[in-house]
Ligand binder design. Structure first.
Ligand code: B12
Length: 437
């Protein structure tokens, strides 16, 4: 018996799945699902961004993952494979947030975590008793070693993902993680995370991406993890809450253990906007000082921000470009605030009659699909792209990467950011949001 796991590629503006020479970021879902599959099954992974879909596969089951707007591609692939007589299963964030819609196109949907549900689904399949939905909450996060080796030989980046935690204790209204996990947050034992990091290192990788939506939830955990990572002499990247600044010991431990850059979901420089998305535990007036402290600790700051919340005006969006430049953010990313179906923000916009576009393809973070408070959806989309153009102008790129006082401390890192920025600029010129690969 055989399963083909597919990570679909979102459609580009030419209505074709976006193709790349290299997929720098790979998610963990497919190698983990492969590891959760009993040994008597054969498994194959297809990353559509860099590989062609093998329509002539002899697989019995086609398992489709996908996040955000790539769900549109998943649905189309589901239809095609069902037409070819295959059993199609969908899972991952988007299918989990809209399971009834996903089920229309496939044989079964796995909602949320697959650790318990996936083996049960396969057993049901073998007994010819497949159920339409599978949903089993975890008591603890104890996944097997992901089958990373299935990614070797594919054109991916020079790092692999390793998961420390899943879910999130925070309640930001727009976030899919909050919507799916409702404040549940699982953290793996440090020894289990180290097992995966060692494995990744033994495969020849010197870098890894630590996946955890709230690595700071238990500071002693992070401290312990850093202490064990340090002797490996590896480089790692992760995302984190800006609150890390209040623990200088953690910042120091992270930097000394090889953490080169952290990505912070700052969301907005407008406090009113932060309040509107239930994130006013953050204080935007403190952002510059907090960022400086992190940079001074030797960790580079990358940011994720959204535009279009209720406090945002055209002016505040334009000012965001100055904020990014002044604070020398090495890799800044922006999205238009999007009411992802299932989230609290979606319900809020729906009840206020503020959703102006129901086509899921447009829920890609680059098109306004809700009516913002202080501008029209078209103006928001325009302000969003202007912000990207401004932040990724050559002058801004140079200032944020190589024309900085601390350049000589780590010139190679800053050169790397320069290359990443130029790569992003290339995409922005083609109106493709960077960071979707
Ligand atoms: C790494 C990552 C990326 C990487 C790699 C993506 C890739 N190609 O796989 C990059 C940076 C490229 C990326 C891009 C995007 N991402 Co992303 N990403 C993540 C991140 C940080 C980790 C994902 C991961 O590997 N998790 C670990 C695995 C083990 O967990 P998992 O994916 O949830 O999988 C489990 C279950 O969901 C389930 N499962 C998953 N797939 C399937 C499939 C089947 C068949 C089954 C049975 C089960 C199943 O099984 C797994 C084990 O339990 C998450 C945040 C998070 N908390 O997960 C965001 C996240 C998944 N991304 C998100 C988004 C929105 C995007 C973008 C659309 C951003 C944008 N607007 O442009 C793009 C789209 C990319 C694309 N090509 O489609 C959202 C998803 C929201 C949603 N409603 O779908 C998240 C949750 C971030 C957030 N907080 O909003 N992303």
């Amino acid at each position: 018996m055989k399963i083909l796991f597919i990570q679909p590629s979102p459609y580009g503006s030419d209505s074709l799945p976006i193709k790349k020479k290299r997929l720098y970021f790979v998610g963990l879902a497919l190698p983990l699902l492969a590891a959760l599959t009993p040994k008597d099954w054969q498994v194959e992974i297809c990353l559509e961004t860099i590989e062609d879909i093998p329509y002539d596969t002899d697989a019995h089951i086609i398992a489709l993952s996908g996040m955000g707007h790539s769900i549109v591609r998943s649905i189309n692939l589901a239809k095609e494979f069902r037409g070819l007589g295959k059993t199609v299963i969908m899972g991952g964030y988007m299918a989990s947030l809209m399971p009834k819609e996903a089920k229309k196109y496939c044989d079964a949907v796995v909602i949320g975590d697959a650790e318990l549900a996936w083996p049960r689904l396969l057993e049901d399949y073998q007994h010819d008793s497949l159920q339409p939905y599978y949903e089993e909450q975890l008591k603890e996060l104890d996944p097997p070693l992901p089958r990373y080796e299935l990614l070797l030989g594919k054109k991916i980046g020079d790092f692999l993902p390793v998961q420390a935690g899943r879910g999130c204790p925070k309640s930001c209204s727009f976030c899919s993680v909050h919507c799916l996990y409702r404040n549940r947050y699982y953290q793996r034992p440090v020894a289990a995370v180290m097992r995966d990091i060692h494995y990744v290192q033994n495969l020849g990788f010197r870098k890894f991406l630590l996946l955890d939506d709230n690595i700071l939830a238990h500071p002693s955990y992070l401290l312990q993890l850093c202490e064990q990572i340090k002797p490996l002499n590896m480089t790692w990247y992760s995302q984190c809450s800006i609150e890390i600044v209040h623990r200088p010991d953690l910042l120091k431990a992270a930097a000394e253990s090889g953490c080169r850059a952290l990505s912070f979901g700052l969301e907005s420089i407008s406090q009113e906007s932060l309040a509107a998305i239930d994130k006013d535990w953050a204080d935007s007036s403190q952002y510059p000082a907090l960022i400086r402290t992190i940079q001074d600790a030797g960790i580079d700051v990358s940011t994720e921000m959204v535009v279009g919340a209720d406090g945002d005006t055209k002016e505040s969006i334009a000012r965001t470009a100055d904020f990014i430049k002044k604070n020398k953010i090495v890799v800044p990313r922006f999205y238009i605030l999007t009411p992802i179906p299932g989230t609290d923000f979606y319900t809020q916009m729906l009840t206020q009659g503020r959703i102006c576009n129901h086509d899921l393809y447009s829920y890609n973070g680059t098109e306004a699909v809700h009516i913002p408070r202080h501008m029209s959806p078209e103006e928001l989309t325009q302000a969003y792209w202007q912000l990207y153009e401004e932040v990724f102008s050559l002058g801004s790129i140079l200032q944020r990467t190589i024309l900085r006082k601390d350049f000589w401390k780590r010139p190679w890192d800053f050169f790397l950011y320069l290359v990443v920025n130029l790569y992003y600029r290339h995409h922005i010129k083609k109106k493709i949001t960077p960071n979707i690969f």
